[in-house]
Design a protein around this ligand. Sequence first.
Ligand SMILES: C[S@@+](CC[C@H](N)C(=O)[O-])C[C@H]1O[C@@H](n2cnc3c(N)ncnc32)[C@H](O)[C@@H]1O
Length: 287
Amino acid sequence: MLKGPFSYSGNKTRIWKHHLEEVLSSYEKIHEPFVGSGVCVYNSNKGGNCIDIDHNVVTLHNGLKLPNLIERMVECHNQYFSDSSDVFGSYLRLREDFNKLYRKNQRTDESNVHMLYVLIQLSFNSLLRFSSNGYNVSYGFKGFDPDRVRRHIDALSKKEIVVKQGHYSDLPLSEINKEKDLIYLDPPYVASKFQYGGWNKEDEKNLLSYIDHLNSQGYRFILSNTFSHRGEVNQDLIDWSKKYNTRFIKMTYNAWSSRVPSVKKDEKTSEVLITNIDHIFLNLRKT
Ligand SMILES: C[S@@+](CC[C@H](N)C(=O)[O-])C[C@H]1O[C@@H](n2cnc3c(N)ncnc32)[C@H](O)[C@@H]1O
């Protein structure tokens, strides 16, 4: 399994093997209008069209097409971390140099995307988090792993993966094959402590109408979401899901709780996959 070229909170590596691999591998292209680290599209048979609202996410994916990304990452790592006695200070120097470029151009671009790749790999929990001053995640005592990026460059050369910045509804529907392709939607969760950029109830309502539109036009979809998070129930989503099929995924935030003391083990989260595909998932049941 490819884990995505960079780590991302909310990525789908946890549920790939048991819940997604079998069904997704029976489609040619997987289109991801909330791409994040793109676990599903990189593991698809033939690629797909992807959108994300966050330009940093989009630049990281498109940076894989630069002819010398790996060489620049390795060079950058050698330049800053040749003195192993002060990795913490080295990380802060790299972060500040990256942020100077970021503030100058007001974005991550081709000139500094290799620095961002190195930073994310070494940062705490590999987080992708920015403030107005730039990347603001602290050092995470993690290892440098250019091979992870190399594996995704290889995948990109074999599949048609297109990533653009925009709103999920910019997905080019006319390029999607209704029989052979699948649209996999993994939006920020309303019932989630881990919010991405102010996604709210109204956003979710609009998204559910958009998915109804996809369904009425004959597109196949899977929506990842949660019916409840830490005991907080998303009744609107539960009611909406009754039109479709739902697969329940047993999960906890154990992985987080072991590393982040403020996040306690969570028995009250109910993660689901909702789909208009029939007879595909084993153990499907109506809600
Ligand atoms: C849960 S993450 C997706 C994780 C992804 N499935 C993975 O494997 O890493 C949700 C993503 O949706 C993006 N997003 C939020 N609002 C959006 C919108 N209105 N249109 C498109 N993307 C959006 C966020 O920037 C974030 O990358």
